[in-house]
Design a protein around this ligand. Structure first.
Ligand SMILES: NC(=O)c1ccc[n+]([C@@H]2O[C@H](COP(=O)([O-])OP(=O)(O)OC[C@H]3O[C@@H](n4cnc5c(N)ncnc54)[C@H](O)[C@@H]3O)[C@@H](O)[C@H]2O)c1
Length: 478
């Protein structure tokens, strides 16, 4: 009797082993290069303080000029070089510097390799890159080789080779290489992050994020048609960072948890081929990017994330941003009330146990199964305003007030730039590091692999190469 039981147990274990192996054998992995000898991670990297940060900007199309303008509002910044393929873009931004009453910058333009002179300049601390996607990592890699800190617009790298090279160089040179992910700094995301860190949502188990933005007004304005061309050639989530980044921050990714694998499903391509047909008459048969791409991710600590990409359907703009916790729910879209900026977006559903009667007089009435009123939400958001935005920018304004004055997507762009410069000036660790860049951008190549293999699971590498559990949560240096 005993023997039969043991025998069946062994058979069951064996069969379970086969089942697990076959599930694992479906998992596609990409190569993880060994860390070169003598090199260590750059988690919480501190560098020598730079009281006056000398910045060179490369890429001055629709996005770049706003960044230059924002920098003119921050003390201790010198814009020393401006670079774009197009002469007119450089001249226009230099005129803007002149009009703002600051020194004009040295100009570089004329061809797609001219940026090499800029990354090589001896009098530059930070290279700020806002070109098309294909040049991002290429320029970033050379800038690191040339000994510069680097900030790269999103998505900052498009394939695994670029991602690993940026990581290896940042580690080898002990330099910052950060993604310019502004959406982490929007008021709802920042406040919610603070609420998460104060325990209001319990354990965050599931997060959703998206880039849902019909780009029809913009397609024909991109330099050299780079964006439509990339969409035509590639399946997958090509713009994952706005949706994924704030969810990863709330889940402490590579600061106590890590993303293990993803699975993607897309629709066929309809909207963009129709757009090309309408504008050019071309009957497109080879358009790779589906109208809607959905990606599910599972983390080591048992959390899940859903990320969506859709740049063509007739829908209102949305980055989704939802967090489901064991005690409550945060939901950024749609806009649910008409309170003035910056607290107009989003809704929360929370029980009242963690709230005091001073902040929310009716906190006993709160119930996590329904959204709270806009007035209650406003009171909570004011109480949980993130400390980095409460800091004084100058002797008259807080960072949040200054951000609203300067603008840039409602102020989040300014907070991002201010934090980048603040940390460089003080020699503090950055809010976002090269591993964030890797985690948020790797969805581009990895979702394409999943889709091209029948939605197979694809492993998300541990870009820290063993240190994902070293830090105890995300903390912004003050
Ligand atoms: N974070 C955000 O909210 C946000 C918003 C918009 C755009 N972006 C990102 O910003 C980047 C730029 O987007 P955009 O809308 O300004 O595109 P764009 O096409 O208007 O501008 C790109 C510019 O880069 C220049 N350029 C291209 N190759 C170059 C090279 N080799 N050397 C120098 N200059 C070069 C082009 O001349 C052009 O002026 C993209 O990565 C995009 O995804 C981010």
């Amino acid at each position: 009797m005993k023997r039969t039981f043991l025998f069946s147990l062994l058979i069951s274990c064996f069969l379970l082993g086969i089942a697990q192996n076959s599930a694992n054998s479906r998992m596609i992995s990409t190569p993880v290069p060994a860390r070169p000898a003598g090199q260590t991670d750059v988690l919480q990297l501190r560098t020598d303080p730079i009281p006056t940060v000398r910045v060179a900007f490369i890429g001055l199309g629709m996005r770049g000029p706003g960044a230059v303008k924002r920098m003119t509002h921050i003390n201790g910044v010198e814009v020393v070089a401006l670079c774009d393929v197009e002469e007119k873009n450089v001249k226009k931004v230099n005129k803007m510097l002149e009009d703002a009453g600051v020194d004009k910058a040295k100009e570089y333009y004329g061809n797609t390799e001219i940026w090499r002179e800029v990354t090589a300049l001896p009098n530059v601390d930070l290279i700020y890159i806002a070109t098309d996607w294909l040049h991002h990592a290429k320029i970033g890699i050379q800038a690191l080789k040339d000994g510069k800190h680097v900030a790269i617009e999103v998505p900052s790298a498009m394939n695994m080779d670029e991602i690993w090279e940026l990581i290896n160089l940042a580690e080898q040179k002990r330099l910052h290489c950060v993604p310019l992910e502004n959406c982490n700094y929007d008021t709802f995301e920042l406040t919610t992050l603070n609420m998460v860190q104060q325990g209001l949502f319990g354990e965050v188990l599931h997060g959703e994020g998206a880039y849902i933005h019909g780009l029809q007004p913009f397609w024909q304005r991109y330099w050299n048609n780079w964006r439509m061309d990339y969409n035509r050639k590639h399946r997958g989530d090509l713009y994952p960072t706005h949706g994924l980044a704030p969810v990863c921050q709330a889940m402490n990714i590579h600061r106590g948890d890590k993303m293990n694998f993803l699975v993607s499903v897309d629709t066929k391509a309809v909207g963009n081929p129709a757009f090309i047909k309408e504008k050019t008459g071309e009957d497109v048969k080879d358009f790779r990017n589906g109208d809607h791409t959905s990606t599910l991710i599972r983390t080591e600590k048992g959390k899940s994330i859903l990320i969506e990409h859709n740049v063509t359907s007739p829908r209102p703009y949305s980055r989704m941003y939802q967090l489901t916790g064991t005690k409550g729910f945060a939901d950024k879209y749609p806009i649910r009330d008409n309170n003035p900026i910056p607290y107009h977006e989003g809704a929360y559903a929370l029980g009242g146990d963690d709230l005091d009667s001073e902040t929310v007089p009716n906190h006993e009435d709160l119930n996590a199964h329904r959204y709270m009123s806009p007035e209650t939400k406003l009171a909570i958001m004011k109480k949980y305003q993130h400390p980095i935005t409460k800091a004084m920018f100058d002797d008259k304004k807080t960072v949040l007030e200054k951000a609203q004055e300067v603008g840039g997507h409602g102020g989040m762009d300014f907070i991002m730039d201010y934090r980048l410069i603040y940390c460089l000036q003080k020699g503090l660790p950055m809010d976002m590091d090269v591993y964030d860049l890797a985690e948020w951008c790797c969805l581009i190549p990895l979702t394409e692999i999943s889709l091209d293999n029948g939605s197979a699971p694809v492993e998300i590498p541990d870009f820290t190469r063993g240190s994902w559990n070293k830090l105890d949560g995300l903390k912004f240096a003050q």
